[in-house]
Ligand binder design. Structure first.
Ligand SMILES: NC(=O)c1ccc[n+]([C@@H]2O[C@H](COP(=O)([O-])OP(=O)(O)OC[C@H]3O[C@@H](n4cnc5c(N)ncnc54)[C@H](OP(=O)(O)O)[C@@H]3O)[C@@H](O)[C@H]2O)c1
Length: 307
């Protein structure tokens, strides 16, 4: 499997294993170690974590897994993210999310991730979401410190718009190697907000989270619109000879000109393998547009109104 270059110093597997729901996979540290070894044998060596997943519990479980067999660390790439704050203490009656990209918060969040994982460094650290209050100069200081201390080898962003990336870049010489955003047949904002063009201009791969629409197309109580989408996806599934609908979802993303690395969320290995299998398909222009037409959410309609 061809690996994907994230900047000059890092390569990742073409499908990344997401761990947001790791605590629901039904594995303990030993079971996770077996699973990680299976993924490594398949060439799937890159794992996506975040401090907030499972309230820190996902990083802790991953750390306990690594402690069982420390040599695994050198066989994988660890990605983590920080800077989303769940504000439950100040207003317990209103569980809200806010973001903190102050220097102190970035440093403490990243150090806490390293502690939970029990590792000296991360291969890639992503700022999880942009914050209207972020001061790019402060962010730049925090990232430089983490780089200089050897705690983070590469940096990237998540959920950033092109102009927000540009604002940060004006204050740092640290290259951002990816932007992790929500991309699927049910979330096409990236086609309307300049994200794809920005990534192409930078020659920067995008990481697609929720590539299987968070499971939304597999529910029993699908809306009329989703049923129509599934019907088209099934037709294309048969046309390309795919075994499952998932493969079409991934193939739709792989057909884009920008390099897309999906971050799978499933806890089932056979479903992860569908993302790998889909690397073999190339949708025709007509198939790709048939999906765009039927599935496009309102947010991209204004840009592609004549289709
Ligand atoms: N940067 C960010 O802001 C951000 C935000 C969200 C997520 N993420 C990352 O992206 C990863 C993936 O996100 P996601 O979980 O939304 O991705 P996803 O792969 O689109 O959705 C996974 C969900 O869909 C279900 N699913 C997948 N295939 C299915 C099938 N064939 N039939 C029935 N159900 C199916 C899975 O259930 P099963 O487990 O039962 O298969 C799981 O509940 C996360 O783990 C995390 O690492 C990042």
């Amino acid at each position: 499997m061809e690996r994907v270059h994230f900047g000059e110093k890092l390569t990742v597997s073409p499908v990344v294993i997401g761990t947001m729901n790791l605590l629901d996979w039904g594995v303990d540290a030993r079971g996770l170690l077996d699973r990680v070894k299976e993924y490594i044998d398949l060439g799937l060596t890159t794992f996506d974590l975040a401090d907030i997943y499972g309230g820190g519990g996902c990083e802790e479980l991953f750390g306990r897994m690594l402690a069982l067999e420390p040599s695994i660390r050198d066989k994988i790439e660890i990605i983590s993210k920080g800077c989303i704050v769940y504000d439950t203490l100040r207003r317990p009656y209103f569980v809200s999310e806010s973001y903190n990209l102050s220097k102190d918060y970035i440093l403490s969040a990243c150090n806490a991730s390293l502690r939970r994982l029990g590792v000296d460094s991360l291969d890639l650290y992503l700022l999880h979401r942009p914050c209207p209050l972020m001061d790019p100069a402060e962010v730049a200081e925090a990232l430089s410190q983490l780089r200089d201390e050897g705690k983070v080898k590469n940096f990237g962003l998540s959920n950033f718009l092109p102009e927000q990336i540009a604002a940060l870049e004006a204050y740092t010489d640290i290259p951002f190697v990816t932007n992790q955003i929500k991309m699927s047949v049910k979330c096409m904002d990236f086609l309307a907000d300049g994200t794809q063009e920005d990534a192409l201009r930078r020659k920067m791969p995008l990481m697609a989270y929720s590539p299987a629409c968070g499971g939304a197309l597999y529910r029993k109580d699908l809306s009329k619109d989703d049923l129509a989408t599934v019907e088209v996806l099934r037709e294309i599934q048969h046309e390309i000879g795919a075994e499952t609908l998932d493969e079409v979802l991934y193939a739709w993303l792989y057909r884009l000109p920008v390099k897309v690395v999906p971050v799978t969320g499933t806890g089932k290995k056979e479903r992860v393998l569908r993302a790998v299998k889909a690397l073999e398909y190339r949708l025709s222009r007509e198939q790709w547009y048939d999906i765009l037409r039927i599935a496009r959410p309102a947010d991209v309609s204004h840009k592609y109104h004549d289709i």
